[in-house]
Write a protein of this length. Structure first.
Length: 429
């Protein structure tokens, strides 16, 4: 793509994923200006942050037009589901991320389940209901535990694993009739409970073309030993050797390719990230969900490990030229440890001053997530997941040692982290 004059890129979002993507744009020879909306103080150290919310679609389109943006990289799912990319396309502005028809696979769990079943992609058996009484009748003959999911977006909170009939009954009633998740819970998916180790695959898709990014594994539960409530993710590493090359071939054959082909066969020109959540069951990998954006904190390790310029890949996907791209990956391992505010994912304090080390070593990054500017040039906590402390190493142990050493050089009053990110993998290796 040497014929390209340097681009202005706009990153939409304000988390660790977006800081990582902004950093990739800054380091790309294809880009000479990076704007973020709304961004965060970490992004603001090197890029222009504009105070436009990530879900204010009209204001984002106006910003992209006024600033002559050449490529919009959309981080979170909400603007995708709201049709940001459709509106940018109407104005002739290139964007990385699916249009609303593609983002619907993240926005509706029943829509995804229908696609999975139609194209015989391995997934748990399920039924869905708009009527609480019918759902309760179905539960009367079900076996437990069973999984109840709000159909729509619920910020990662709409999935309940019900151990018994009473819990499942109360959950579906609260969702459908009680407005527990607003309109997202008016329809519920009741799904067979799958058992195994969870992992995920990130594919960059452009129509019928796709490239599979390196493997990674997130740690969703808040406490060590995978205990406690689910969070957005407390840390991740890459590669995840749980998926060896034979398993990867199987996942590509049984899941990734049929997913991409199925989406295209539905008439959807999907250009963006297809992030497939998997359960590695005794009978093979099964799809838990599709997300239609990069994972957070998976992005922090995946993008950091790419040898190929991530902007080149995203640009090619957005233009429909992905078949020309060969994705090269570094041999190094990467780990990200999330520094959270104690109390997350429930209530937690905000506004605590963060102290940072004066410098970071090679291959080390402190990606900001829930931070904001405080008084006198300070940076203070402003969210549950505050920072993503990321390091590369020759092996997982080295990446882990470096990431944790860097975590110990950062402080704020309610700092909380899991000390066992990657521990299962380290034991296996
Ligand atoms: P989802 O948003 O569909 O990925 O669900 C959130 C989390 O709930 C997943 O990461 C799993 O830990 C769990 N989960 C979802 N579906 C199932 C299932 N069918 N069986 C067991 N656990 C599940
Ligand atoms: N880390 C999980 C997610 O981004 O959904």
């Amino acid at each position: 793509m040497s014929d390209q004059s340097p681009l202005t890129a706009l990153i939409v979002g304000s988390g660790g994923r977006e800081h990582t993507l902004a950093h990739a744009c800054l380091n790309s020879p294809l880009v000479n200006r990076v704007i973020a909306a709304p961004g965060n103080p970490g992004i603001g150290q090197d890029c222009e942050c504009v105070n436009v919310a990530a879900d204010d679609v009209d204001a984002l389109v106006a910003l992209a037009e006024n600033e002559n943006v050449d490529l919009v990289v959309v981080g979170p799912e909400v603007p995708l589901c709201l049709g940001l990319v459709d509106k940018l396309e109407e104005k002739g502005i290139l964007a990385y991320g699916p249009k609303a028809d593609g983002a619907r696979f993240e926005g509706s769990k029943t829509y995804t389940k229908e696609l999975l079943l139609k194209y015989s992609i391995p997934t748990g058996a399920a039924a869905y209901f708009d009527d609480a009484q019918a759902a309760v009748e179905y539960l009367q003959t079900a076996s437990f535990p069973i999984v109840v999911k709000a159909d729509g977006l619920a910020a990662g909170k709409g999935v309940i694993i019900a151990e018994d009939f009473e819990t499942a009954r109360d959950t579906v009633t609260n969702m459908i009739d009680g407005g527990a998740f607003g309109s997202s819970g008016e329809r519920v998916l009741i799904e067979e409970c799958l058992f195994g180790e969870e992992t995920s695959i990130h594919a960059i898709v452009s129509g019928k073309d796709y490239v599979i990014l390196p493997t990674s594994q997130d740690h969703k539960q808040v406490f060590e030993g995978d205990k406690g409530p689910n969070t957005g993710g407390m840390g991740a590493y890459s590669p995840a050797d749980l998926i060896d090359s034979a398993m990867m071939e199987r996942i590509e054959r049984e899941i990734v390719k049929p997913s991409v082909d199925g989406i295209a066969a539905e008439g959807i020109d999907f250009r963006g990230t297809l992030f497939i959540g998997l359960m590695m069951t005794a009978s093979g990998p099964k799809v838990l969900e599709y997300n239609t954006r990069f994972g957070d904190p998976e992005t922090q390790v995946l993008i950091t490990r790419l040898k190929t310029d991530p902007v080149e890949i995203m640009l090619a996907a957005a233009k429909g030229e992905l078949s020309q791209i060969d994705v090269q990956v570094k041999d190094e391992y990467a780990m990200v440890v999330v520094l959270a505010s104690n109390g997350y994912p429930n209530s937690y304090p905000k506004g605590e001053t963060i102290t940072f080390p004066d410098s970071t070593g090679p291959g080390e990054h402190i990606f900001h997530a829930g931070t904001t500017n405080g008084d006198n040039g300070s940076v203070v906590t402003n969210g549950g997941r505050v920072l993503g402390v990321t390091a590369l190493g020759a092996d997982l142990k080295e990446a882990s040692d470096k990431a944790y050493a860097l975590c110990d050089k950062i402080d704020f009053a309610s700092k909380y982290l899991r000390r066992d990110i990657g521990a299962k993998e380290l034991k296996r290796s």
